[in-house]
Design a protein around this ligand. Structure first.
Ligand code: SF4
Length: 745
């Protein structure tokens, strides 16, 4: 047994004699000299990696050749995934904030005692709404389940969300409304089967390089159509690039739908048999003629017509999107406009087709299904009594412990902090002090908390530096569990590296918190991640994501991952499977729904004071999000421009008297950043682009949210561009990047 429960001062076997998942010890089942397969812990592609072991520990990684996902390929992040684990500044002990604002190392017993005492005080004074958690799409699903169950059913929290709100909430809501369940329908083989591949708001070459390689393997000479304001690396390699005006995409897709309907280029049999709402949709798009939307889209009418003709000419058309769609003030309707195009033309449920959202993080799909935040486990509904009873019964709980309402979404939790109602926050494996929109407001929000607990691998993230209590966590490669990738594939993540010092797997931190909170008995059945996996299987029975037929971790190992669904009694899983081949969707009627709405402008448009539109996005395939891990690899840093940079059109640069590499200040109504000018015509006049990896970027962004998904609209705000004062570019340097110091806001 890992843990002993005591009535007096709590000590744990976990901290004294770690087992397979505990401190610093490697799994005994691996031979001293061997290889083992695992799944990459960065993006949602879910590449299988071969870990080369010596003495049970990984000494190197290479792409696995026996996986249907990556076919022997990996991007630089996958090759370099071990390096961040050995960074000298890993957190090795819990830390507590001292009265003079410094840190002191503390034993686990004291840190957890402090956390529980302070959280309990808040609970007693403010009720269950006084505490909240923010988690991540970067930890195994089993850990998400444990946190979701512990926080909501054990500690009585009402509100918790994940950083998947920042990347995938839009796609989740769009699918739920259109298909009846959050169900990306595709398999990666569809990249190789399509004859038309439409990529919307996706710089696939950079964001998902292995999926771009899958397109490169397509033998059908596909038309590759990129809809993106920038001529990205992907757009430059495409057969068609349409530089749509930022946020003109919804009107564009309605215009294409209008042309397809008007010219009778739809699939009436599919529409009649498998959809509902077509007549209303056709009426809605009738006014979206190419002429009517040409200004809003910044595309000439013949280009809009060409897009419709390209879709019509395709026999197997696939529609793909990522953050350019999701991170928008009307992202859900834009994603559904793409879904509508697939439905209209019958491009779904067949090889090479689909309305396909590509996920962001390695386990974003796990978070969507199993984090117990805005949906009850396995796609159940907090507001439905029968769902609450089912989940409670599986967990052996009193159903009264299951909240009757959904969590507030991320930005509403932050509002609750500002209103003084949420007083304690537990942040697990995410760095919103860099990544959340409108950083000035976010930092002020953190300052309003009574207690901030941060659980992470490194104590120096922007968020960890603000913590009152810091808990050191093991990282990817230092624990076991499953990830679910973009194509719904569950893959097994292995422990191949020892966590440093006293750092613990999040799984075990949650077990300890449960013990200290006094609810450890609720989770007695969860001794290992695989125990939690079996519970996930039980909870999924009867749901579209039913995984009850997977014969445990061994089956995931044997098949190099298995896509959901895989219900009990199903035949052995095929390597690649797509949804909706029978034309039946997960709605009550079995039909997919056309969902639509009138486009509306962003609340912040360029004007005389802030005349440029700021676009943001991934700047490099060698860096991951806030660079917390990848920034610690010298190799990955070399593959990425060290100084912050801003892409600006040559006409704008010459009007402002800028030349390449000049330092410029970008200023919005909320803050400013300083960066080197990259003068190139990959961007349209009046627009500028900066990388999301730069911690300065979210000083500028505008906190606008999709009203349905509550996803932030990172891709659009108004800024002005100024030449940096000559002295600021030549004196003190930015501490992390060597650039100039932070401009005054
Ligand atoms: Fe594959 Fe993504 Fe990992 Fe790169 S980061 S190796 S593309 S899973």
């Amino acid at each position: 047994m890992f843990l002993h429960r005591h009535d007096g001062p709590l000590t744990h076997d976990l901290l004294r004699a770690p087992g397979r998942h505990g401190l610093g010890q490697l799994p005994q089942r691996l031979a001293p000299e061997a290889t083992t397969r695992t799944v990459c812990g960065f993006c949602s592609t879910g590449c299988a990696l071969t870990a080369h072991l010596r003495g049970g520990a990984a000494i190197n990684l290479s792409p696995a050749t026996d996986s249907p996902v990556n076919l022997g390929m990996a991007c630089p992040k996958g090759w370099e995934a071990l390096t961040p684990l050995d960074a000298p500044d890993r957190a090795t002990t819990p830390r507590l904030r001292t009265t003079d604002g410094g840190w002191e190392a503390a034993p686990w017993d004291r840190a957890l005692g402090e956390m529980v005492t302070r959280f309990r005080t808040i609970n007693e004074e403010h009720g269950p709404g006084g505490l909240a958690f923010l988690s991540t799409g970067q930890i195994p699903t089993e850990e998400m389940v444990f946190l979701g169950a512990l926080a909501k059913f054990g500690m009585g929290m009402r509100h918790g969300d994940g950083n998947t709100r920042q990347c995938m909430a839009t796609a989740a809501v769009a699918y739920k409304e259109s298909f009846g369940f959050d169900a990306p329908p595709y398999t990666y083989a569809d990249f190789e089967e399509s004859d038309v591949i439409l990529l919307s708001g996706s710089n696939l070459c950079i964001t998902h390089p292995i999926l771009w390689e899958r397109i490169a393997r397509n033998l059908h000479s596909p038309e590759i159509v990129v809809i993106d304001p920038r001529r990205t690396e992907t757009a430059a390699a495409a057969t068609q690039h349409h530089p749509v005006r930022p946020k003109g995409d919804l009107a564009l897709y309605y215009a294409i739908a209008n042309i397809l309907i008007a010219r009778d280029w739809i699939d009436p049999e599919f529409v009649d048999a498998h959809t509902e709402g077509f007549e209303a949709f056709a009426a809605h798009v009738r006014s979206f003629t190419p002429e009517a939307v040409s200004d809003a889209t910044a595309l000439p009418t013949h280009e809009i017509c060409r897009l419709a003709e390209t879709i019509h000419a395709g026999k197997r058309v696939s529609f793909w999107w990522t953050m350019g769609v999701n991170q928008s003030h009307e992202g859900v309707r834009t994603a559904q406009a793409l879904i509508n195009l697939a439905l209209l033309t019958g491009n779904i449920g067949r090889p090479g087709t689909g309305a396909n959202s590509i996920t962001g993080q390695c386990n974003a799909m796990g978070s969507r299904l199993f984090s117990n935040t805005t949906a009850l486990f396995a796609g159940h509904d907090f507001t439905r009594a029968s769902d609450r009873r089912k989940i409670a019964s599986i967990l052996g709980l009193d159903a009264a412990r299951v909240p009757r309402e959904n969590s507030l979404p991320y930005e509403r939790i932050l509002e609750e902090i500002r209103a003084g109602r949420v007083r304690g926050l537990w942040v697990v494996g995410t760095n919103p002090g860099h990544s959340w929109i409108h950083q000035t407001e976010f930092r002020e929000t953190l300052d309003m908390l009574d207690v901030l607990v941060v659980q992470d691998m490194y104590p120096d993230t922007e968020t960890a530096r603000a913590a009152d209590i810091f808990l050191p966590a093991a990282g990817w490669g230092e624990k076991e569990g499953t990830f679910i990738n973009s194509e719904r594939r569950l893959g097994l993540v292995k422990k191949i590296h020892a966590a440093p010092g006293e750092a613990l797997a999040d799984f075990h931190i949650f077990r300890l918190v449960a013990e200290y909170w006094g609810v450890g008995d609720l989770f007695d059945r969860w001794r290992t991640p695989e125990d939690v996996f079996r519970t996930m299987q039980e909870m999924s029975v009867g749901q579209p994501c039913d995984i009850s037929g997977i014969a445990g971790y061994d089956a995931l190992e044997e098949h190099a991952g298995i896509q959901w669904p895989h219900a009990s009694g199903a035949p052995p899983p095929a390597p690649e499977r797509r949804l909706f081949e029978d034309g039946r969707f997960f709605t009550d009627s079995g039909r997919a729904r056309f969902c639509f709405e009138q486009p509306r402008p962003s609340r912040e448009m360029p004007d005389d004071s802030f005349p440029f539109t700021l676009l943001t996005g991934r700047g490099s395939s060698s860096q991951w999000h806030t660079e917390t891990r990848t920034g610690r690899s010298p190799i990955l840093r070399k593959l990425h421009r060290a100084e912050p940079w801003v892409e600006i059109h040559s006409d704008d640069a010459s009007r402002l008297g800028l030349i390449a590499e000049d330092w410029v200040v970008l200023r919005s109504r909320r803050g400013a950043l300083q960066a080197r000018a990259v003068v190139q015509d990959t961007i349209s006049p009046g627009q500028v682009f900066v990388s999301m990896h730069d911690a300065q970027t979210n000083r500028l962004t505008f906190p606008e949210f999709d009203p349905y998904s509550h996803q932030p609209s990172y891709k659009h705000c108004a800024v002005r561009v100024e030449r940096a004062h000559p002295k600021s570019g030549s004196s003190a340097r930015h501490p992390s990047c060597g650039g100039p110091p932070t401009p005054a806001t």
